[in-house]
Design a protein around this ligand. Structure first.
Ligand SMILES: NC(=O)c1ccc[n+]([C@@H]2O[C@H](COP(=O)([O-])OP(=O)(O)OC[C@H]3O[C@@H](n4cnc5c(N)ncnc54)[C@H](O)[C@@H]3O)[C@@H](O)[C@H]2O)c1
Ligand SMILES: [Zn+2]
Length: 356
């Protein structure tokens, strides 16, 4: 059992990480809310796999449970699903003294968290993340959102959970594609500030990693918590979490969302950028080879076919572009990131076309 405290003054909360925690969720939640009534927001896949188990754990601890299930998939992280959830919360008689649980991946956490932030002007909520992305990243930090037809996460808020309960054993049913997808972010944490994590990843692969999830998730959540504590509203330091993301988002956009997963885009983005910064002498020699070996070990790409010219238009729309300036996150060596402000004309130089 691992605990991480996220210190945000009156919005502080704890992250609990333990194999098998799902079956003890009721006991933890009793300490987080005085309410006897819970609304569980979950997607259709997670509900089919684990919905009844969670409900049993909660009713066993004396709670009345309403299960609100929406269809799985990013396309349902939208306004129509949100309105439907509001209606279901209302029909269930949820009040501001009750509590909402978001039980699922990043889609569920973002959508359910946004519903919690806005229904009745804010109902307390607890995250129970079930994918790698959500266990190491999206459930911590308080960003909640839905997508609009014009872009991802365009309507959202900062709204901190009362607690985060992480059961790494739930990852055993996650399809391989989503394991690899999540590994993009895990490798990123190693690169930007956790050499020991990176060294552990070097020793494991996508099978043997299953015995180490508790430790790996703890290390990632600790990094995310440290960064978020210093920059709740994403005005500065939180930017280092974007390592690999500027090129990664461009790759996702250029090929059409869904072709490359987010983690694949981030992996290729980290690899391509580091290849360039190492050649420029900004990154310690040998770093790219080490990074690419780990990226391949977890089934992720180190490069894509698109040229710098293909990718640049998708970077111009990136929110990190301010006027004629953009700030890239680069690594000086494994475990040490820094910000590199650029003028836009120099950007193509930082995108490599082919594997070096
Ligand atoms: N708020 C943030 O800070 C933040 C950070 C990163 C990503 N995100 C968001 O997270 C979303 C991506 O998250 P995701 O990859 O978790 O997507 P997701 O929630 O869609 O989950 C991926 C798939 O796995 C299924 N699933 C979930 N848990 C499972 C389990 N234990 N076993 C089997 N199947 C399971 C889901 O039903 C879904 O089909 C994006 O919308 C992204 O914008 C938010
Ligand atoms: Zn990401």
């Amino acid at each position: 059992m691992k605990h991480i405290h996220v210190e945000l003054g009156k919005d502080s909360y704890d992250i609990h990480i333990e194999n098998g925690l799902l079956d003890r969720a009721g006991d933890y939640i009793r300490n987080l809310t005085k309410s006897r009534t819970l609304a569980v927001i979950t997607d259709s896949n997670v509900d089919a796999l684990y919905g009844q188990r969670l409900e049993t754990a909660l009713t066993g601890a004396g709670f009345r449970v309403h299960r609100l299930v929406f269809p799985a998939g990013e396309e349902h992280k939208c306004a129509a699903t949100l309105l439907d959830l509001y209606q279901q919360l209302s029909d269930a008689g949820i009040t501001r003294s009750d509590c909402i649980l978001t039980f699922g991946g990043g889609v569920t956490g973002d959508l359910g968290g946004f519903a919690a932030a806005t229904f009745l002007r804010g109902v307390p909520f607890i995250q129970i993340p079930t994918t790698i992305i959500s266990q190491v990243d999206s459930s911590v930090g308080g960003k909640v959102a839905i997508d609009l037809p014009s872009g991802k996460n365009q309507a959202g808020n900062f709204y901190q959970p009362k607690g985060v309960l992480i059961d790494p054993m739930l990852l055993s049913t996650l399809p391989k594609r989503f394991i690899h997808d999540g590994m993009g972010e895990v490798i990123k944490y190693g690169c930007i500030r956790d050499l020991a994590l990176f060294e552990l990843l070097e020793k494991l692969d996508d099978q043997s990693i299953f015995d180490h999830w508790e430790e790996i998730i703890e290390r990632c959540c600790q990094s995310k918590a440290d960064i978020v504590e210093h920059d709740v509203f994403d005005m500065g330091e939180r930017m280092i979490l974007n390592f690999g993301h500027t090129i990664g988002h461009a790759i996702e956009g250029c090929y059409g969302f869904g072709h490359y997963t987010h983690g694949e885009g981030v992996a290729a983005g980290m690899s391509m950028l580091t290849g360039v910064t190492e050649a420029m002498g900004l990154t310690k020699a040998g770093t790219t080879a080490r990074l690419r070996k780990v990226i391949k070990q977890y089934g992720l790409p180190t490069d894509v076919d698109a040229s710098a010219e293909d990718l640049i238009p998708y970077i111009s729309n990136d929110k990190k572009m301010r006027g004629n300036h953009i700030t890239l996150v680069i690594i000086e060596e494994i475990g040490k990131a820094r910000l590199l402000p650029l003028v836009a004309e120099d950007l193509p130089k930082y995108i490599r076309k082919k594997d070096a």
